[in-house]
Design a binder for this molecule. Sequence first.
Ligand code: GLC
Length: 738
Amino acid sequence: MSYQRVNHTNEKQIEEVLATLSLEQKIGQLNLIPIEGEVTDEQRELIAQGKVGSVLKSNGAKQNKELQEIAVNNGVVPILFQEDVIHGYKTITPVPLAEAASWDLELIEQAAAVAAKEAAAAGIHLTYAPMVDISRDPRWGRILEGAGEDPYLGALISEKRVRGFQQANDKQEERVLATVKHFAGYGASLAGRDYNIQDISERELREIHLPPFQAAVDAGVSSVMLAYTAYDGTALTANQFLVQKVLKDELGFKGLIMTDWETIPNLLKIGAAENIREATQMAIENSVDMDMTSNAYIDNLAELVASGTVDEALIDESVRRVLRLKQQVGLLDAPFLYFDEAREKATLLSQESKDTALAIARKSMVLLENKAALLPLDKSDEKLKKVAVIGPFAKAQEDLNGWWFAMGKGEDTQNIFDAIAAECSGFDIEVTFSQGVSISKFDKVGEEFITEAVKTAAAADVAILVLGEEHWMSGEGGGTASLHLPGLQEQLVEAISASLTPVVSVIVSGRPYVLTNVASKSTALLQAWMPGTMGGKAVADILFGNYNPAGRLPVTFPYHQGQVPIFYNYKRTSHSFDAGEKDLRYTTTYRDVQSEPLYPFGYGLSYSEFVYSAPTLSATSMTKDGSIELSVTVENSSAVDGVETVQLYIRDEVSKVARPFMELKDFQQVTIPAGKSLTLSFTITAEKLAYIGPNLQSCVETGIFTVFAGPNSYLKGTSTNFTIEKPQEAYAAQFRFV
Ligand code: GLC
């Protein structure tokens, strides 16, 4: 039976179910408990009594069906099963920051749809994704989980991920409910330390952190998870301003709100509540509908109602929001719709899943350096007889899957060494291996291995170094003070680069590391991210030219860790940033290192070469109801078809409130055949000029706007030494908004 997604709910049915519930059972609907591994008798009893509304971490159609049978056979409301399906369930796609680097919105939606289909087949109704926290600080371990530093790109991706989870698949039992998280501002955790305070202004909150949440709400996201942190000194769990005024009133969210793991008792830890009873009251009075794993609701709400402190009507409202989600996934009519073991077996790791995983893994990788056009390697080249694959991640498997790998297993992932060996099989090429160094926790292990690795590299015609971080090093709680590759990896690159063998460095990481030393010692450099189940083949496809890299950075790569936080849309300052100033002393630049990043937002190389014309505008002025067409021609001057992501940035030259140096406002990803040119047109409307004005309301002010159409946010040379091929003005045009 195929369920059409219920866009409107059957309120009559909701009321009928609500009327059957005792107060204890109503509170049970708000209770979300973890079941990991064996189910305990106590958990079975709680379910049978209707004291468990939802379960997280229980996986598999078989187990979830058994748990559902306890609920149904005892005549209580069926359970909603939830899981962290962040970038894949069994077939793991690249970490979300990597997927964002594809700038391919349709493919991002498809990846979410594949994850949904696999998770739903395994009896999961709801996922805790998309995570949309904007982050400008690679020290923060969770930067890998979002879509990077830009609110415009982040909002577009947020919408696509919600739709991919909730709507893209044509059957209800192939969809999952999405949860947008972590509301809001979590990505601004101070100093990159997870769970730390976020000391941001309401302006930054609205300009940077809210747009992806607005996009998720507009896309119909089913639930919102509140952040662990506090905004303006008040924990999100109890923050009436952000939840009632902003999330509900302004963004218009009417769905379910849940805590993160045990955040109700956390109110005591930060001194926001004197006891758990008070903390529970603060949460339910802030429309928190589901208590994740703390038991605060199941232990305290009944007494709060009995004592007249909390009105039962408040609980009824929360229960209605829970029942609406259950209704949407068929639980009130067909509680076993999702638990089909045969479908589970046919869906997990299906060819469709793996094809999508390969496509987005290829498209997410960003070519950062390719000096002397070393890449792609030509297997038929007489001089290519030996390829050395070296490094602690050359044979890594689970490290390719990142921090949130759901039910993904390392053994299902082909490692990079094997993929390269497979690519070279059948050719007269020997592929050798050396560990180089090993990274075990934070021990610096491996001096003795470096000598052996240097020998292996020296004996080869090209050395492919696979470096990076272990899958647990990024992710939740993964804050790091150093942004250098862990262990002795930079020493390994240094040692190997002393040989005459050209070096291709491949980086397996969830976060941007400072690759300055690696880049200077490598002939080519590929940011492979944590590319998931098909990541090994994706790397081989790029290195050997089966795929022309198209990734563009969704986040700035710092030149030095002392630059952090560093991002492209910085606010202009009185003493200029531009190193072109005659007197460097009195500028907002560093005395000791360059102030520009190593690689800017939007940057990425291709095996093609793209040459931009100066943009032209259809008019030199525009009114509120009008628009201006920007036209730009991009030539592929190479002999290789390629994909270019043409980016449109706008700068508001004069405004009542300081505006960024430039902001991404549009982009088009196009394939340009070898030797051909393509003329693209962008429509500029007042909406693209709007900003959060002095009164924190959206406004458009008259004045001059500069618009840039180019290959990245710096519109400069595409190499680490930033040879400026053309001044920024060559990519710019101006018009007046009247
Ligand atoms: C974690 C994370 C959240 C996740 C939840 C359930 O602490 O902050 O993103 O969805 O707990 O695992």
